[in-house]
Design a binder for this molecule. Structure first.
Ligand SMILES: CSC[C@H]1O[C@H](OP(=O)(O)O)[C@H](O)[C@@H]1O
Ligand SMILES: Nc1ncnc2[nH]cnc12
Length: 290
């Protein structure tokens, strides 16, 4: 299968540079329109697809980002490897603003979002015990190190609903839980990527110390934007380095990402809703009796 690298850019990362044959394409999905058109092209001979999570001009709130449509659009474009870039607050002294952290676990505290492609008439349950692809995460670590930023390999991302930042008590609670960074968009994006059998990794760009740090002011947007803009070029350099690291055909993922649906569908074949099956054709067609 041809490898196609998808990138979802977060706050401060609304485009990538250097794509050959760059073109913004409009994609429609059975789950609605994605956040924006998708920038497609090739880099080092590898097809790329870039989507700004909040749309150009930052128009979607963390709650209204069309997560399902975004993942479905990537799947429809043939993406095999999906890298998410996200601005996050740090919950630990050692993780400083300006550093990058490659996420390997999540705590999902979001509550006002569509979190699954499945539904009545077609019920499915995937495992997210290991929510990211270890191979793609390792490539992101290597690419990030090449940009000269300080990179932390592995860490737990708390996904909060937002859009307000945390209270100090919440921030302390998450620290007590042992979480490393906090953001508003990591979930359900990672869960949906797993349902879509995409290899997924998350590059968290640390922009602030949230509000727990006694020697730093509580986070505000100006601070996030200033650090995110400073780091955006590093994030773009990281993305540019990925094709060389991932070159070659996409194979069955050793972490199991590409087979997440093997035993996930609960609804008996004769009980499956025809419309739901049609709707899920791109996401789950591999395991549906279509
Ligand atoms: C601009 S501050 C809060 C905002 O930034 C992060 O977005 P993203 O993950 O898309 O980089 C955070 O999750 C909030 O949505
Ligand atoms: N402190 C913080 N909390 C939630 N989302 C963020 N995005 C960037 N910094 C954040």
């Amino acid at each position: 299968m041809e490898r196609v690298i998808g990138v979802i850019g977060g706050s401060g990362v609304y485009q990538i540079d250097g794509l050959e044959g760059a073109e913004w394409v409009t994609v429609d999905t059975p789950f609605g329109a994605p956040s924006d058109a998708v920038l497609t092209g090739t880099l080092d001979g590898v097809r790329m697809a870039f989507l700004p999570r909040h749309g150009r001009g930052h128009v979607h709130t963390p709650t209204t980002v069309p997560y399902r449509a975004n993942i479905a659009a990537m799947k429809q474009l043939g993406v095999t490897d999906l890298v998410a870039v996200s601005a996050v607050g740090s919950l630990k002294e050692a993780y400083a603003p300006g550093d990058f952290l490659i996420v390997d676990q999540y705590i999902d505290r979001t509550f006002a979002r569509e979190k699954t492609f499945f539904g009545p008439g077609l019920v499915g349950h995937v495992s997210v015990a290991h929510p990211v692809c270890s191979r793609l995460s390792a490539a992101c670590t290597q690419a990030a190190r090449g940009t000269g930023v300080t990179v932390h390999e592995g860490g737990t991302y708390v996904a909060m609903e937002g859009p307000q930042f945390s209270t100090k008590a919440e921030s302390e609670l998450y620290r007590h839980w042992g979480a490393d960074v906090i953001g508003m968009t990591g979930m359900p994006e990672a869960k949906l990527a797993r349902e879509a059998e995409l290899c997924y990794a998350c590059v968290a760009m640390i922009t602030d110390y949230d509000c727990w740090h006694p020697e730093h002011d509580a986070v505000d947007v100006a601070q996030v934007v200033a650090v995110a803009q400073k780091n955006a070029s590093k994030a773009r350099d990281l993305v540019t380095a990925l094709p060389a690291l991932l070159k070659g055909e996409a194979e069955a993922c050793a972490s199991g990402c590409t087979h997440a649906l093997d035993s996930a569908i609960m609804t008996a074949p004769d009980g499956r809703d025809a419309q739901m099956k049609e709707k899920l054709k791109t996401i789950a067609g591999r395991v549906l009796d279509l």
